[in-house]
Design a protein around this ligand. Structure first.
Ligand SMILES: NC(=O)c1ccc[n+]([C@@H]2O[C@H](COP(=O)([O-])OP(=O)(O)OC[C@H]3O[C@@H](n4cnc5c(N)ncnc54)[C@H](O)[C@@H]3O)[C@@H](O)[C@H]2O)c1
Length: 249
């Protein structure tokens, strides 16, 4: 197979949350391969640092995105170091399962603090840079689970549903500044974490029955859709929820 290169991504400054592992790490690598200047944050300091060292010019900071000040100053500092951030990928999430009946107020808040609040806070921090630069693209990782609502994921799916609506709202509000905002909803993507925690032959056979395309959905498949949404090729695409799920929905 052969995949697209996007001349408009060369030297573009891209900020990615949760970029040390999983889909986020693949986004970091794919944008770097396009010649973009990539900045990313993650809780996992050692993994993040190791990835940044492999990629010439990449900017990494260890950061807990539930710390609003730490996240917003990372966005601003990356802009100072690399130039105005004109692509923001709100990728970070935590899909830890909890039965809804056992949710305490604190656990509910913690779920939204990692799955929803950083999307708003990073977007607000990047807005002045994008506006001054004449535009930008914000890509918010959502999930097809916002549509299906599987059990034990009430906080996660609520956050993803909110991200879909938030993307629409910000797209309208910031469209006059040529800032595009889209949600990107994957189906089941086989990452390290999925391999360790959830992938069993039974679960995979069950998924295969429900999808049109039987190959595994991989982080790079998601990253390639993000490249398109970040590039000038998608200049009139905004306020959408783009689904990549092998035909599950
Ligand atoms: N993998 C899938 O099947 C799938 C399906 C649909 C949607 N998604 C979405 O795609 C995105 C990436 O998913 P993934 O599967 O790669 O997730 P993952 O759990 O494998 O990786 C998440 C990354 O975020 C980091 N992180 C977690 N909490 C953090 C915090 N408080 N501060 C800073 N960093 C933190 C982790 O260290 C990790 O590097 C998420 O938004 C997820 O909801 C994934």
């Amino acid at each position: 197979m052969a995949f697209a290169s996007y001349p408009s991504l060369r030297d573009r400054v891209v900020f990615i949350t949760g970029g040390a592992s999983g889909i986020g790490a693949c986004l970091v690598e794919e944008f770097h391969a396009q010649g973009a200047c990539v900045a990313f944050v993650d809780l996992q300091e050692a993994e993040g640092r190791a990835l940044a060292e492999r990629l010439d010019g990449a900017w990494f900071r260890g950061c807990d995105v539930t710390d609003a000040e730490a996240l917003q100053s990372a966005v601003r500092d990356a802009g100072q170091a690399l130039g105005p951030v004109t692509v923001l990928i709100n990728n970070v999430a935590n899909d830890t399962r909890h039965p809804a009946a056992g949710l305490t107020p604190a656990a509910w808040r913690r779920g939204l603090a990692v799955n929803l609040d950083p999307v708003v806070l990073a977007s607000v921090a990047v807005y002045p840079m994008m506006k001054a630069a004449g535009g930008g693209s914000i890509i918010n990782l959502s999930s097809i689970n916002a549509l299906f609502g599987p059990p034990d994921m009430a906080g996660y799916v609520a956050a993803k549903g909110a991200i879909n609506s938030l993307s629409k709202g910000l797209a309208r509000e910031w469209g006059p500044d040529r800032i595009r905002v889209n949600a990107l909803s994957p189906g089941w993507v086989i990452t390290e974490r999925q391999l360790q925690l959830w992938l069993t032959p039974e679960a995979e056979a069950d998924w295969a029955k429900q999808v049109a395309l039987k190959d595994r959905l991989l982080p790079a498949d998601v990253a390639r859709l993000a490249l398109f949404l970040a590039a000038d090729d998608s200049r009139m695409v905004t306020g959408q929820n783009l689904v990549i799920d092998a035909g599950r929905t």
